[in-house]
Design a protein around this ligand. Structure first.
Ligand code: 4NP
Length: 163
């Protein structure tokens, strides 16, 4: 049984990455995590979502698709959806990409939601409390920066949770 704030090592991790639009950062995080799990032979559930509904049903941003593709990862199959209260019962871990996403998730988290909720960069030693900036209004280079940081976070998650 899981209680708030506790994670049972017998439970297979399942991870939800949450940004604002669910078309840039969280699809890249999902793709990087999926690739890391394949490398390690781990079969965990991984999904992305957004706190906003603007882009529900849409594919990832072409710049996010291009960045992932340049690293050999296909994220074209993803379709945006909005994070919901029941996600806190469906996943063991919910990771917010930035502080606003975290605040929005805290606001919809049910009292009995068992998932751990944290900033994604809390998983990287020395980067606790840092946010992953929104690349939507920036250039392609910002998407490469995002790719680098979500890849590092995916490795850190696998290191920490695959025990
Ligand atoms: P994301 O980026 O949260 O990383 O998916 C954004 C995508 C769309 C918007 C903002 C951020 N938007 O305002 O439409």
């Amino acid at each position: 049984m899981r209680g708030a704030g506790h994670f049972c090592a017998m439970t297979k991790p399942s991870i939800l990455f949450v940004c604002l639009g669910n078309i840039c950062r969280s699809p890249m995080a999902e793709g990087a995590m999926r690739a890391e799990l394949v490398r390690r032979g781990l079969d965990w559930d991984v999904d992305p979502a957004g706190t906003a509904a603007y882009h529900v049903g849409k594919s990832p941003d072409p710049r996010a698709i291009a960045s992932a593709a340049s690293h050999g990862i296909d994220i074209t199959g993803l379709r945006a959806r909005q994070a919901a209260p029941d996600d806190f019962g469906r996943f063991t871990h919910v990771f917010a990409l930035d502080d606003k996403n975290l605040a929005n998730l805290r606001a919809i988290r049910p009292h009995d939601g068992s998932a751990e909720l944290a900033l994604l960069l809390d998983m990287i030693d020395g980067r606790q409390g840092e946010v992953i900036a929104d690349p939507y209004y920036a250039g392609a280079d910002a998407f490469e920066v995002t790719w680098g940081v979500v890849t590092a976070a995916a490795k850190a998650i696998a290191d920490k949770l695959a025990r």
